[in-house]
Design a binder for this molecule. Structure first.
Ligand code: ADE
Length: 296
């Protein structure tokens, strides 16, 4: 995968790119990262890339006549035009489903903002995929771009070595539950023992225990992820019946999650009633509501 980053501060990336896993992947040719300084596209003597907002107001705005030519030139640097991502707090909020979407592209171009943001015409002309890494405002898009890179490269074949480890991670795999608790030696520490089942050598029992823990942990900590509420109630109740791991094919947040609008007992649309769950899109995965258990 090739990733181009357009930024006013390319040096911010140097430490991150020259350390650990990412460096190894770059050295092995699994990912290529190219940094471009937006200032190089400023034709004037002072290399200005920003200006005061029309209509007044605080801060400076990145100029459209700097950003658009820069993106177009970077795009033309290789035959694959790539997928343009603008890092902005106004974008769709990043989650693992979006990371998976981005990882499908063989080239990403990450556009980092600074100051008070971009002239609106940048969006209108380039129509980027606008991504936010969370509901807070950073000083610029660079840290957000590093987050995107870090999450996406893990999904590039060959990066982790063992792709199975991705399926077991929190928010990953078809069900998008949190990960189960993990233990290693020693078996006992300060009175805390490793759960007996993990030492049993019984793979079926271990798989059942892990599924149960993932469901329990997700319900307690991030109930809104249990968008496919009823199905998880069933999966949980099936636990111990020898069907561990056989989660139903319709799942929350995931690509296969083609869910019909659930009906409340009164026959109302879910959005009007009290049983609500997220949409089956990647956007919905983090915006749903806790599943309601059945009422007797
Ligand atoms: N730039 C500033 N804040 C940001 C955020 N939360 N996500 C992505 N880019 C940003």
């Amino acid at each position: 995968m090739r990733i181009d980053v357009i930024t006013l501060f390319p040096d911010i990336f140097q430490g991150y790119l020259s350390e650990s896993m990412l460096k190894r992947a770059i050295d092995r040719g699994i990912v290529e990262i190219h940094l471009h300084n937006l200032r190089d596209w400023a034709p004037d003597k002072h290399k200005t890339v920003d200006d005061k907002p029309y209509g007044g107001g605080p801060g400076m705005i990145l100029r459209v006549d700097r950003v658009v030519p820069c993106v177009e030139d970077v795009r033309a640097m290789c035959p694959d035009p790539g997928h343009l991502v603008m890092l902005t707090p106004q974008g769709r909020r990043l989650n693992q489903a979006i990371v998976e979407e981005l990882a499908q592209f063989s080239r990403l171009i990450l556009l980092c903002g600074r100051y008070e943001g971009f002239d609106e015409r940048v969006r209108l002309i380039l129509r980027p995929d606008e991504i936010s890494i969370g509901d807070y405002v950073l000083n610029g898009g660079e840290v957000a771009a590093m987050v995107v890179i870090d999450a996406v490269v893990r999904l590039v074949p060959g990066f982790l070595g063992d792709e199975a480890s991705n399926r077991e991670e929190s928010f990953s795999g078809p069900d998008r539950l949190l990960e189960y608790p993990q233990y290693t030696r020693p078996r006992e520490y300060r009175g805390f023992r490793v759960p007996e089942v993990l030492l049993s050598g019984n793979h079926q029992a271990v798989a059942e225990w892990r599924l149960q823990k993932r469901i329990e942990r997700t319900r307690r900590r991030r109930a809104e992820l249990l968008g496919g509420g009823w199905r998880f109630v069933w999966a949980e109740e099936a636990e111990g019946h020898g069907v561990a791991g056989e989660l139903p094919p319709t799942l929350p947040g995931g690509k296969q999650a083609e869910q019909k609008e659930p009906q409340t007992p009164a026959g109302k649309k879910s959005s009007e009633g009290d049983i609500r769950r997220p949409e089956s899109s990647s956007h919905g995965a983090s915006e749903g509501f806790p599943a309601q258990p059945p009422e007797d």
